[in-house]
Each structure stands twice: as C-alpha cells, then as structure tokens.
Design a protein around this ligand. Structure first.
Ligand code: DAT
Ligand code: MG
Length: 168
C-alpha cells in the first residue's frame, strides 16, 4: 500500500459539539501520523475554493456558510493532515458516508451528523477522497512549512516588502 496524505477538517458543528477529542481518538485507531494541524477562521474564498466542485449545486451557498461557521455561531475549523499507508481509505472508513442518514452508525458521520431542515448535510468532518483531491486540499489549507516533511515539491520566492501583523 502506498504512503498517502489526507486532509481532515473538523467542521464547526464538530467543534461546537465538543467532538474534537472523540474524532481524534477514532482516527488514532488507524495508526496514521499527524503531520500538520491548525485551527483557523475560514474565509468565504477558502470555503468556496474547498467546495469548488459543488459550485453548481443548489446547496452550495449554505454549504459555504456551514464551513465558515455561520450556522454554528463559531468561526473555527480544525484542519489536520494525516499520513501513512492507505491513509485516504482508512480515514474515509472511519468518517463514513457523505449523507449522515446513510452512513454506518458506528462511523463519525453516522453517529454525530444530521441533515438540516434546509437539506444540508451537517456531517461533522471532511476527509479527502482521492490522492488528487488530497494534494489540492492540503495545498489549499497549509503552507509547506506548516507540514512536517517534504510531501510535495516546493519552490522558493523572494519577498522584498511584506506587512506582517505581530503581537502588540
Ligand atoms: P464528501 O464530503 O463525503 O467528500 P462531497 O465532496 O460530495 O462529499 O460533498 C462535500 C459536502 O457537501 C458534503 O460533506 C456535504 C455536502 N453535500 C454533498 N452532497 C450533498 C447533498 N446531496 N445534499 C446536501 N449536502 C450535500
Ligand atoms: Mg469530497
């Protein structure tokens, strides 16, 4: 089995429902290694880019608001990269089917997901579904130096003038 990377997001409903520890425990069953993690506020641009493959769907706008945290009065998502043999399938197995009503009740989505009255799948976690998606998604959510190890080729650029926010 090939060594793969996969992106996991604990979505705002997962954080608000205090499921972080539970989800990380479930994922630790895989014996995969965490090589990156961050908690961040998701911009509209990031949410739209992450779900770009669904932009023609009727639920797209609400899906974007969901990932941004607007439905849960929080503006946090926890992003992680897991690495190891067969990482994508192993994580998807624990995460479960996209539709929480169809997901195995033992899976994270089956146990904790729900469908909103407006029809959006609030399914607690995201997990990459192919090596191509994983690469695209990891590059979207992390910079090279935020990930342990060299997982994809990088290049250096020279920045001459930057404004950076520092602690006051
Ligand atoms: P997955 O997250 O399992 O990879 P996806 O990439 O097809 O599934 O869709 C991304 C998210 O969009 C999914 O987690 C929940 C939402 N979604 C997908 N299909 C949906 C549908 N038919 N109705 C409502 N929400 C949906
Ligand atoms: Mg997907």
């Amino acid at each position: 089995m090939a060594v793969e990377q996969t992106l996991v997001l604990i979505k705002p409903d997962g954080l608000v429902k205090s499921l972080t520890g539970n989800i990380l425990s479930r994922l630790s069953e895989t014996k995969l290694v965490i090589i990156a993690s961050r908690v961040l506020t998701v911009s509209r641009e990031l949410a739209e880019e992450h779900y770009a493959h669904l932009k023609d769907k009727p639920f797209f706008d609400e899906l974007v608001h969901y990932l941004m945290g607007d439905l849960h009065h929080t503006h946090r998502v926890m992003a992680l990269v897991y690495q190891g043999e067969g990482a994508i399938a192993k994580v998807r197995q624990i995460v479960g089917h996209t539709n929480p009503e169809e997901a195995d009740p033992v899976s994270v989505r089956g146990a904790y997901g729900r469908i909103t009255t407006t029809g959006v799948f609030e399914n607690v976690v995201h997990a990459s579904s192919s090596t191509e998606d994983a690469e695209k998604e990891i590059k979207l959510w992390f910079k090279p130096d935020e990930v342990v190890g060299d997982i994809y080729p990088t290049r250096e650029i020279v920045i001459t003038s930057v404004n950076e926010r520092v602690w006051a």
